[in-house]
Design a protein around this ligand. Structure first.
Ligand code: GDP
Ligand code: IMO
Ligand code: MG
Length: 427
């Protein structure tokens, strides 16, 4: 059985955690392939609500092996506290596998993230302050620390020294901060080594062998397509590749193994942090979407910026990810609006543009061109099939599907596992 990728089609927080958890019961492995604890995935199972940051959402399905792939950046203290938090709630986490090649978010990476944002002032990205960008920068600069380095004190010390040589110059001379001591960092990191040891594995081998044995592997993206370092709204992006290609580089599984790429798509749009957002609303509709949709960040507690659905972005996500399906989430949040505007194109310098412009200057002043669709007032949270939806809700879904370029194979009508309408099976 080939592998599936599940990823965010917008700017993150589309409901990936819920969708992954839903499929988790039917797959053998759920694998995070990029990002780190900048992610915040909410999963609601019965009356229990879980907020996951680093652990794959499959951790809540007993038959499923959760895997943290080589492309993820791992803050060991966050990982260990997330594991113990779940253990305290009776969740078995013993099957977790952690790639020895995954990079470690060190305390100095977190410091550099925070001071850099402060230094940028008005130009800041609005990062989550979790050290994500600086850790990926160290990886690319070849001064990163990997999980496997925790098991060789001499190598670890040399690597921390190399990383801090330059950073301490920056911290003391440019940012006016105290230097960070190598010994202290090494001691802290070594303190995590034994606790993490049971999970460390050659995940590339494990996953490829599993696929050879016809196991089902689900790759779970963090963030979303428009936050991708290559394909997103650079520089207002995260420092990894949430798009489909990232699933291959972030796990060591080749593209020929992937048969399905599912884009999680919110029925409207949200964004956290700075950067362009053509359909953003600053009026009471935006406020209502935030309130009804509970649009507050799981990781940083920041209010999410809210706006209408943007079909230009959805089409772009279909293209750059090769999406085979969409999972449309939070349709229930739109209940009660008489009319629902949907952005079908942009107007840029007086011209109608159908596709996402590659030039950031154009995107920054793109104005949404709206088509208005009729709304519905019936409660849809109990809908079990497409036919259960009111006619106007059906028409809204069909219109989005037509504009977005891939079939909508599932619809979320509430946060719970069972509040989902399945149209085409994913497996
Ligand atoms: P993720 O980062 O993509 O996993 O998404 P988040 O968990 O950050 O944000 C999505 C929020 O929407 C969470 O609070 C979910 O519980 C909730 N959610 C997911 N799907 C639905 C849905 O279909 N309807 C409603 N009302 N809430 C949903
Ligand atoms: P999930 O997985 C929404 C945003 C931050 C900031 C930018 C860069 O829950 O969808 P970073 O700390 O990654 O360097 O910040 O990316 N961001 C997210 N926004 N959901 C996320 O994850 C995000 N992870 C990062 O707000 O704008
Ligand atoms: Mg989130």
């Amino acid at each position: 059985m080939p592998a599936l990728v599940l990823l965010g089609a917008q700017w993150g927080d589309e409901g990936k955690g819920k969708a992954t958890d839903l499929l988790g019961g039917s797959v053998d492995y759920v694998v995070r392939y990029q990002g780190g604890n900048n992610a915040g995935h909410t999963v609601v199972v019965g009356d229990q609500k879980y907020a996951l940051h680093l652990l794959p959402s499959g951790i809540l399905s007993p038959g499923c092996t959760p895997v943290i792939g080589n492309g993820v950046v791992v803050d060991p203290s966050v990982l260990l506290s997330e594991l113990s938090g779940l253990n305290d709630r009776g969740v078995d986490t013993s099957k977790l596998l952690l790639s020895g090649n995954a990079h470690i978010i060190t305390p100095y990476n977190v410091t550099v993230d925070k001071v850099t944002e402060r230094f940028l002032g008005k130009r800041k990205i609005g990062t989550t302050g979790r050290g994500i960008g600086p850790t990926y920068a160290d990886k690319i600069n070849r001064v990163g620390i990997r999980v496997q380095d925790l098991y060789d004190e001499s190598i670890l010390t040399q690597k921390v020294e190399a990383a801090l040589d330059v950073k301490n110059q920056l911290l003391t001379k440019l940012y006016n901060r105290r230097a960070i001591a190598v010994d202290q960092v090494v001691e802290e990191l070594l303190g995590y080594a034994e606790q993490l040891r049971p999970y460390v594995a050659d995940t590339v081998l494990v996953l490829n062998q599993a696929l050879e044995q016809d196991k089902v592997v689900l790759f779970e993206g963090g963030q979303g397509t428009l936050l991708d370092i290559d394909h997103g709204t650079y520089p207002f992006v995260t420092s990894s590749n949430p798009t489909a290609g990232g699933a291959c580089t972030g796990t060591g599984v080749g593209p020929t193994k992937i048969s399905r790429v599912i884009g999680i798509l919110k029925a409207y749009t949200t964004r956290v942090g700075a950067g362009p957002f053509p359909t953003e609303l600053f009026d009471e509709d935006g406020e209502a979407l935030r309130r009804i949709g509970g649009e507050r960040g799981v990781t940083t507690g920041r209010d999410r910026r809210c706006g209408w659905f943007d079909a230009v972005i959805a089409r772009y996500a279909t293209r750059v990810n090769g999406l085979t399906d969409f999972f449309l989430t939070k349709l229930d949040v739109l209940t009660g609006w008489e009319q629902i505007p949907v952005c079908v194109a942009y107007e840029i310098d007086g011209k109608r543009v159908e596709e996402l412009p590659y030039s950031q200057s154009d995107f920054h002043h793109a104005k949404p061109v709206y088509e208005t669709l009729p709304g519905w007032s019936e409660d849809i949270t109990g809908a079990k099939s497409f036919a259960d939806l009111p006619k106007n809700a059906q028409a809204y879904v069909k219109a989005l599907e037509e504009m977005s370029g891939a079939p909508i194979s599932a619809i979320g009508v509430g946060p719970g596992r069972d509040e989902t309408i399945e149209i085409n099976s994913f497996l």
